[in-house]
Design a protein around this ligand. Structure first.
Ligand SMILES: [Zn+2]
Ligand SMILES: [Zn+2]
Length: 317
């Protein structure tokens, strides 16, 4: 049995580049796999390993005074979600484009964290706006009922989308994202831009799935590893997407088998085989760049250069 661990913390890290090199060595010694981003502003990681490796990692991290109080989301899984370990220094732990907006520092001011229980109480009130701060490819496959979504290819576009929210300035706003990390910045920016009453769903959709059983989350939650999507709602689950070929209800989110296209599409089991994993006729006929469809729609190296960059995982949460 393996475990997956996700965590982040906004905290000032001195010499984050040096820290990252040391941390990589440490992770290799431990034998854990996954992806960790280190920045001046904090740490963000998704890891997988055996239970013993994960427990060791967590206790070692918490032993560092910088990371006291870090919240870890842990779940069991049958096989590791990652094959290698990457620890990288980055300007930000979530690519927000907000780095130069110096007045935002989530370790100082951010939206008030809401527990699953409190979120449930507030979310349907008339004076509350539930705001999805994730990008199109994420909220397409699943989101909270009645949530406002923004038309964004990337979270970097968030600051320019605030103009669309002017009419909600007097409302209570609750932001949510996958694991909570984007909300730290999104809610901080909302406060800076004059929104008065701003909350964020603590630990994001994933934690709400565990603690609030995911009630009223429609569809599935996009995640940033080989699983692509996960179920969060065990109370009133639904599927909000349809196969792009036959229109049947489906939540199979795959990359087009044509590597040069690599678009993320909803493709049902049956059409997957019929279309050999392709999104359209020209992709199906792209014999030079089409990858063999094995029924999963998942490709070991789906993140090609060029267009595929939109799937570059490091950019994501
Ligand atoms: Zn279909
Ligand atoms: Zn295609």
């Amino acid at each position: 049995m393996f475990q997956a661990v996700a965590f982040y913390k906004y905290v000032q890290i001195e010499e984050p580049d040096v820290f990252a090199i040391r941390h990589l060595k440490y992770c290799k010694r431990l034998g854990i796999t996954g992806r960790i981003l280190i920045a001046d502003e904090g740490i963000n990681g998704q890891l997988s390993g055996t239970r013993a490796q994960c427990e060791q990692y967590i206790s070692d991290l918490l032993a560092n005074p910088l990371f006291v109080g870090t919240d870890f989301k842990i779940h069991d899984e049958e096989k590791p979600a990652f094959q290698k370990i990457h620890v990288r220094y980055k300007p930000e732990i979530v690519n927000s484009g907000l780095k130069d907006i110096r007045e935002i520092d989530p370790s100082i001011e951010t939206g008030t964290h809401l527990s699953a229980e409190d979120f449930k109480k507030l979310k349907d009130r008339d004076d509350v706006l539930v705001l999805d701060v994730r990008s199109n490819y994420e909220h397409l496959i699943g989101k909270f009922k009645n949530a406002k979504t923004l038309d964004m290819e990337n979270f970097r576009e968030f600051p320019e989308k605030l103009a669309e929210l002017e009419e909600y300035k007097d409302k209570t706003i609750i932001t949510y994202c996958t694991g909570g990390i984007k909300c730290e910045k999104a809610s901080a920016l909302l406060l800076k831009r004059g929104f008065k009453d701003v909350y964020q769903l603590d630990g994001g959709i994933l934690k709400y799935g565990m603690e609030g059983r995911g009630e009223d989350f429609e569809g599935k939650c996009y995640v940033f590893d080989g699983r692509i999507t996960v179920d969060v709602n065990s109370v009133n689950p639904s599927i909000i997407t349809k196969c792009i070929h036959c229109g049947e209800t489906s939540a199979r989110y795959v990359n087009c088998s044509n590597e040069l296209c690599n678009d993320q599409i909803i493709l049902c089991e049956k059409c997957g085989w019929e279309w050999e994993g392709a999104c359209k006729e020209s992709c199906k006929e792209a014999h030079l760049s089409k990858r063999a469809y094995d029924g999963t729609g998942y490709y070991a190296k789906p993140f090609a250069q060029g267009r595929g960059e939109k799937m570059a995982l490091d950019e994501r949460e």
